[in-house]
Design a binder for this molecule. Structure first.
Ligand SMILES: *Cc1c(COP(=O)(O)O)cnc(C)c1O
Length: 388
């Protein structure tokens, strides 16, 4: 589950938070993959998808996974994360960013976000580095790029791995560089709430030269099966640790149709983002709410739209107000540093910017098929709230 929210009465909902878009040919492609005789992993469509990503975004190697969570776990293995290693990451993120490293025995050190952008504050990272620090995991929240030049420079100075959680950030850029191509590893999600999806799915972008060969082995359960099928070795066997990270080719077939529609999907989603922004602008100008801030080095990915209320109490009332009109507005994330699981493990540092985002964020319905009239209805109801 991606979000923590209350659906008061789903039969009554007029505008759902998300509605998956199935481009024509999606299910035919799944059928074709099955008719081709095999739907296990690393088949024809998997290769086509991976090649698409490598060519379009310049990832050194792209490997489809069953989720972004899996891609992050693969990154943790490739970065050699072990018991007691420390990994610095934002608290304002989905649980998977942390879990992927925790299951390898790492200690997670939470950083605050910037004040105006819900991305990790690079200036805080250096003070959190110790002799045990092994990696920095950054999250490009809603596809807004983190300040990667600063982060990569810190990592280089301290010899750390950088993992980009790019779950929201397909086709988004930092100074013209595709997100997910800058760190040693990039992790993407194809969960149905993301820009392109196959139900549950993901991908790791391996940019670290030294990890290219090993990534394929870990991906295929610690075997050199992929090299065997390319005819590079004459028998295949167990050569390293690994797990079953690769998805069925039937899912890759479904995803491939999304990739063919990527420009259209992106154009539409970014137009929805811009329409929300433009229509809500007068409310920001009047001091009622804060709209997202996009730094000059970043782009909009059209994954989600949020605004911030002036207080936590106002946010909760706003959600009730919107929900009462059948608008499924939601909030997230509950900060990880103060979650039930982590409270006792956090070192007690206050993370005020994280708390502020978590307290004041409102996420509006966002999906490919969202109509202009629905956006106008939602914006009207947001505006109405301030006149009550
Ligand atoms: C969606 C999401 C994930 C997890 O993606 P799955 O594919 O569901 O594993 C991880 N990190 C962030 C920031 C996400 O939004």
């Amino acid at each position: 589950m991606q979000f923590w929210f209350t659906i008061h009465n789903s039969a009554f909902m007029k505008v759902f938070f998300n509605k998956p878009h199935y481009p024509i040919g999606s299910f035919l492609a799944v059928y074709k993959s099955a008719a081709g005789g095999t739907i296990a992993g690393n088949g024809k469509y998997t290769k086509r998808c991976q090649q698409f990503f490598e060519e379009k975004y310049g990832f050194r190697k792209a490997l489809l996974t069953t989720s972004c969570t899996d891609a992050l776990e693969m990154a943790a293995i490739l970065a050699g994360i072990q018991n007691g290693d420390e990994v610095i990451m934002p608290s304002f993120t989905f649980v998977s960013t942390a879990n992927a490293f925790l299951v390898k025995g790492a200690k997670v050190i939470f950083s605050d976000t910037l004040q105006a952008v819900p991305d990790i504050d690079p200036d805080q990272i250096e003070s959190l580095i110790t002799s045990r620090t092994k990696a920095i995991a950054v999250v490009h929240y809603s596809g807004i790029a983190c300040d990667m030049d600063k982060i990569m420079a810190i990592a280089a100075r301290h010899n750390l791995f950088v993992i980009e959680d790019a779950a929201h950030a397909i086709d988004s850029y930092y100074k013209d560089k595709p997100l997910g191509s800058i760190g040693h590893f990039g992790a993407f999600s194809f969960h149905e709430t993301k820009n392109i999806f196959c139900g549950e799915g993901g991908m790791i972008a391996v940019n670290d030269e030294q990890s290219l060969g090993r990534s394929e082995i870990i991906w295929e359960k610690g075997t050199n099966r992929a090299a065997f099928f390319r005819g590079e070795v004459d028998k295949y066997g167990w050569v390293d640790v690994g797990s079953s990270f690769l998805p069925s080719d039937a899912l890759a077939a479904f995803l491939y149709i999304q990739l063919k529609n990527l420009p259209k999907i992106q154009q539409k989603r970014i137009a929805i983002w811009n329409r929300y922004y433009d229509e809500l602008r007068p409310l920001e100008d009047n001091g009622f709410l804060h709209l997202p801030v996009i730094p000059s080095y970043a782009t909009v990915s059209g994954n989600l739209f949020y605004f911030l209320t002036r207080s936590n109490a106002e946010r909760d009332k706003m959600l009730k107000h919107l929900n009462s009109y059948g608008i499924q507005a939601v909030f997230h994330y509950l900060p990880l540093h103060s979650s039930p699981y982590f409270t006792g493990k956090h070192d007690g540092r206050p993370l005020p910017n994280t708390d502020n985002f978590a307290n004041c964020i409102v996420r509006l319905p966002f999906f490919y098929g969202l109509k202009k009239s629905e956006i106008s209805f939602i914006v009207e109801k947001v505006g109405e709230f301030f006149k009550l």
